[in-house]
Design a protein. Structure first.
Length: 122
């Protein structure tokens, strides 16, 4: 039976580095997604979705490959945080994309239903 040894608090293992990278990508997605919501910035919304999904993927990889539990230095806690923050960034970016596409179309009526004003030509 192998004993799981906890790592020192300041030791950067590969799992901790991966969790940190995933968390930072997810946080980047949240910040840019917030800006994209506030400013109707389409490129920012796409970047937010990409950063959020990438942060989730990295965090998920860390969670799947971590041996042991939280506190063993394998980055399991940080991987879970990266999953949640990445999901939030992807959702914010997706909402910004949906708002942007709806604001460009204007009303819910099709363009053919709009009648021009003025005199009718006979």
């Amino acid at each position: 039976m192998t004993a799981l040894l906890a790592a020192d608090a300041y030791t950067l293992s590969s799992g901790r580095i991966g969790a940190l990278a995933g968390g930072l990508l997810g946080l980047l997605g949240v910040v840019i997604g917030g800006f994209a919501l506030a400013r109707a910035w389409r490129r920012g919304a796409v970047i937010a979705v990409a950063a959020g999904v990438t942060g989730m993927a990295v965090g998920g990889l860390v969670v799947v490959t971590a041996e042991g539990g939280v506190g063993t230095g394998n980055g399991l806690g940080g991987g879970v945080v990266a999953l949640v923050v990445g999901l939030l960034g992807a959702v914010l970016g997706g909402i910004a994309l949906i708002r942007r596409s709806r604001s460009r179309t204007g009303s819910a009526r099709p363009a053919a239903a709009v009648r021009p004003r003025g005199r009718a030509v006979r």
